[in-house]
Design a protein. Structure first.
Length: 540
């Protein structure tokens, strides 16, 4: 709970009302200069670099720094303060309307961690805003240290998440956009309801391609024969088929063509292929029962809201194993068991035998780059992390190696497992152990089956061609950039503009010097060209 703060007020020599905090004991401490707080604020803001477009102020104070930022920077501003009574006291002392009424400033009083996180995630767009900076009002934050520490922690978590998303978008934004608009033509043929057809999905086994899968194949066969519904990661697919295990569904989420190697030399015509709509278009033809789903991409969500016929899976864990768990949850699984989910390199082995990586390296090898050298390069491309529990690692005579990304994937899977209703377990393996911490109430909740994958909704019926034409025209009609750009957009324009943000991240990475105006024009031109190219290939 926020501490009660008392303020006293005095005039600076320049004639400004300056608040001072009054601690329970000791003398009052002025929050700003008693000579010229406006000049002090301008000097503070002058130190903010030009590429910083989002500021977080800890403490409102007299509003001098916020006013200087609004005057001298084209930045979004978040102000966080605590104790609404003391903030009311500030408002009673002077006129804050100049900053409070600005569309670029948001004041959060006594916010929860979630409120802070949500505001930053919804409003901080790195491609448009550039950097982000936190500016504490020390005399104020020192008196409510615990509250502001929590706020900083929440903000840091949100920034890390946004930055992580932005980093991925900057690499894949253009490819996602291209793949999605090319895949739209197949939505009309999207499979419907096949997952329920003569299938019992109460018990599900998920096959990942970690090295432990080699020793778990016999148990996986037993689960298959006992009626378990088998979901395979695309990486594990060739391993399963080589061992005469036909999965009931295969999941693929990677937008890169490297994933095509998972399907080379295997016949999956009769295996349902569950594809992120941002997958390479060539994947769709590999299966007689392909089904698109949408993840978090704003364009995919926009398409689904208009065309229908798509369901959503959670891909926020960053890897296909996590998405397989989301599919199992979608199917209403009551019991889930993982195979090959090592989230580590086991005994210097990166993948199970039979996965794509070995024939891929064989095809690329030469005298100067033999298979062993390529395998070692993959193994050692990222630094290994020390074991989380060194004593247990030694006691169990473990021999696995974790990297930063693999540990991140494991932690995200642990979070997901704790939030779903199914009973989850892992086949005994040699990789990093996944910790299962589930609330007791989860086991008592009623599980519902949501596996109905519908075809196109009649109420939303429109052809892919008409959608692409309208989408192209809507993008072309977006207004030119102004400082209050987002505020001037109507609801439809804002939806359309949001679909272009991942593309903006990729364009910004290629052209870091682009300002907001030129960046917006660049992504408009690029997306319209790609849409016209996609339309030229359509015959529907």
């Amino acid at each position: 709970m926020a501490e009660k703060i008392k303020y006293a007020f005095s005039l600076s020599k320049s004639g400004e009302i300056v608040p001072s905090v009054v601690p329970p004991s000791g003398d009052a401490r002025s929050l700003h200069s008693l000579i010229d707080p406006v000049r002090e604020a301008r000097r503070l803001i002058s130190s903010v670099t030009a590429d910083t477009g989002f500021l977080i102020f800890l403490g409102l104070g007299g509003g001098f720094a916020q006013a200087a930022a609004l005057e001298n920077l084209n930045a979004r501003i978040l102000v966080i303060d605590f104790d609404k009574e003391s903030v009311k006291n500030l408002f009673d002392s002077k006129d804050y309307s100049k900053i409070i009424n600005s569309y670029r400033l948001k004041l959060l009083i006594d916010p929860s961690d979630e409120e802070i996180k949500n505001y930053i995630k919804e409003n901080y767009k790195p491609a448009l805003h550039g950097g982000i900076k936190t500016i504490p009002l020390r005399a104020r934050t020192d008196l409510s240290h615990a509250d502001f520490e929590k706020a900083v922690s929440a903000a840091r978590t949100a920034i890390e998440e946004v930055s992580g998303d932005y980093s991925v978008q900057s690499y894949f934004g253009i490819r996602w956009f291209s793949n999605i608009i090319k895949n739209i033509k197949n939505i009309d043929k999207n499979g419907g309801g096949f997952l329920l057809k003569n299938k019992n999905t109460a018990n599900i086994a998920i096959a990942a391609a970690g090295p432990s899968l080699d020793n778990q194949i016999t148990l996986l066969k037993e689960k298959k024969n006992s009626g378990f519904f088998i979901i395979s990661c695309d990486t594990a697919l060739p391993v399963l088929l080589q061992n005469k295990i036909t999965p009931d569904a295969v999941v693929s989420i990677d937008c890169q063509h490297i994933s095509y190697y998972h399907f080379i030399g295997v016949n999956i015509k009769n295996i349902p292929l569950i594809l992120d709509i941002a997958s390479p278009p060539s994947f769709y033809e590999k299966s007689a029962s392909p089904v698109f789903f949408i993840s978090g991409h704003p364009l995919a969500k926009y398409i689904s809201s208009i065309l229908g016929g798509l369901f959503q899976l959670d891909t926020s864990g960053g890897n296909v194993t996590y998405t397989c768990l989301s599919l199992a949850e979608f199917l209403g699984a009551e019991k889930i068991i993982f195979f090959g989910a090592d989230f580590s390199y086991v005994k210097s082995q990166t993948y199970a035998k039979g996965s794509y990586i070995y024939p891929y390296f064989e095809n690329k090898q030469s005298r100067l780059s033999p298979l062993e050298a390529q395998s070692s390069a993959l193994l050692y491309r990222s630094a290994f992390l020390p074991p989380e529990d060194k004593e247990k690692y030694i006691k169990d005579k473990s021999c696995y190696y974790e990297t930063l990304s693999l540990r991140f994937y494991r932690k995200k899977l642990e979070e997901k497992i704790s939030a779903i209703n199914a009973i989850v377990s892992f086949a005994k393996g040699d990789g990093a152990a996944v910790t299962i911490n589930k609330p007791k109430s989860n086991n008592n909740e009623q599980r519902t089956k949501n596996a109905e994958i519908k075809t196109r909704d009649e109420k939303k019926e429109t052809s892919a061609k008409k959608f692409l034409e309208k989408y192209r025209d809507d993008i072309a009609a977006l207004p030119v950039f102004t400082e209050d750009y987002n505020e001037k957009l109507n609801i439809n324009e804002r939806q359309v503009f949001t679909t272009l943000l991942p593309l903006a991240a990729a364009v910004k990475k290629r052209n870091p010097a682009l300002n907001q105006k030129n960046l917006i024009e660049e992504i408009k031109n690029l997306s319209v060209k790609k849409l016209e190219k996609a339309l030229a290939t359509l015959t529907i």
